[in-house]
Write a protein that binds this ligand. Structure first.
Ligand code: MG
Length: 379
């Protein structure tokens, strides 16, 4: 069996309503996905995290390394792609291109061998996970507090057991927003905050200490991902656990994060940091330090399902009779591509999502929707 075709698609969709986080405005979804086909007509799908057009170019760069190769030898193919890009992309976007291909190869391998990816990765330590709602972004609303409170209450009504909100406007504004959301959702629902590295160490320390009273489960990307030592210092100044890693790449980047004792929770993005193959290696590194992993997830059902399989395979550490629950990030902001590209649709039952049991990623891609979002004219 040989790989005969690697196709890339840049999907785009204008949002009905823009939203903001601490760094910039989102007014469009733009996502690169990849389809890898074999000579017997089977195919696998993957997705890259980051600027879609650049990821597409990166995939085109390494495609000659895949044509004619056996898709079951996915780790050897991963290494060949890594060697081709190493001189230019020890960090960053070409790694996302490899990630997209790696996820597609795992999907293909699962379909060829008729097994879910999580089983091929070594087995499922769990059959369901708890999704946490990612939302509560900033907007141009005249009353941001009321808007965020209403949105948070909607998530609680939908059955979410955990919610993550954005911070990073300013320390004083963030305190008002977090206090309001916590009071609106009560103390039973977990609440996390994400600054997308908007703060200096001094500001992050001030904010953390002010928010400790609101029972925050983690403070994500408080400071710049470049300042590993600031993460470490912040951990010693607050009781709120510190999370990070969505801007980190490959095992080598995560090793630096871990060597600096920067984080309590490691948030690898499977579609950015090197794919499922590399995420598994990163999970081994995290394990040597006893650091928990809750992956960063953004994009379509392809990325979401890759994360479901990865989480299913994470060892339940610490081991005990009743292991702790595992969480998955579930973006709830507007994304028509996420809602319509893959089937079956993602369903939450009693606050949980089941790990897929079908071969590969366990999803079908609606190629009509691929064409629909590929052909949309951008303004
Ligand atoms: Mg984040």
């Amino acid at each position: 069996m040989k790989i005969t075709k690697v196709e890339t698609f840049v999907l785009s969709n204008k949002l009905k309503e823009s939203f903001f986080f601490s760094q910039w405005e989102y007014n469009e979804r733009r996502i690169c996905i990849v389809k890898i086909t074999t000579d017997d007509g089977q195919c696998g799908w993957g997705e890259g995290y980051g600027p879609a057009d650049v990821i597409k170019s990166g995939i085109n760069l390494v495609t000659p390394l895949l044509i004619g190769e056996n898709p079951l030898e996915n780790e050897r193919l991963w290494f060949n792609m890594y060697r081709k890009t190493l001189d230019f992309a020890r960090r960053g976007i070409l790694v996302a291109s490899i990630s997209a291909i790696d996820v597609a190869l795992w999907d293909l391998k699962g379909k060829i061998l008729n097994q879910p990816i999580s089983v091929l990765m070594g087995g499922q330590h769990r059959t369901k996970v708890i999704p946490y709602a990612t939302g509560l972004y900033f907007s141009e609303s005249d009353n941001l507090v009321a808007k965020l409170v209403a949105e948070a209450q909607t998530y609680v009504e939908q059955g979410f057991k955990a919610i993550k909100m954005k911070v990073g406007l300013s320390v004083s504004k963030d305190i008002i927003l977090v206090k309001s959301v916590r009071e609106a959702i009560g103390n039973e629902v977990k609440l996390m905050i994400d600054a997308n590295h908007a703060y200096s160490l001094r500001e992050a320390t001030k904010l953390s200490r002010a928010l400790e009273q609101y029972n925050i489960d983690w403070f994500e990307e408080p400071v710049s991902p470049e300042y590993y030592h600031h993460y470490n210092q912040l951990r010693s100044k607050t009781t709120i656990p510190i999370a990070g890693g969505e801007c980190e790449y490959l095992r080598y980047g995560f090793q630096t994060l871990l060597d600096n004792d920067s984080i309590d929770i490691l948030q690898v993005d499977i579609c950015g940091a090197g794919g499922l193959s590399e995420a598994k290696r990163i999970s081994t590194l995290a394990n040597t330090r006893g650091v928990e992993i809750i992956p960063h997830v953004w994009g379509t059902g392809i990325a979401f399902h890759a994360a479901l399989h990865f989480i299913a395979n994470l060892e339940p550490i610490p081991g005990r009779l009743q292991p702790s629950n595992k969480y998955i990030e579930y973006d709830r902001t507007e994304n028509e591509i996420r809602e319509s590209l893959t089937a079956p649709s993602i369903k939450m039952k009693n606050g949980y999502i089941d790990i897929p049991q079908l071969p590969g990623l366990g999803i079908q891609i609606d190629e009509k929707m691929v064409r629909h979002f590929s052909s949309e004219i951008l303004i």
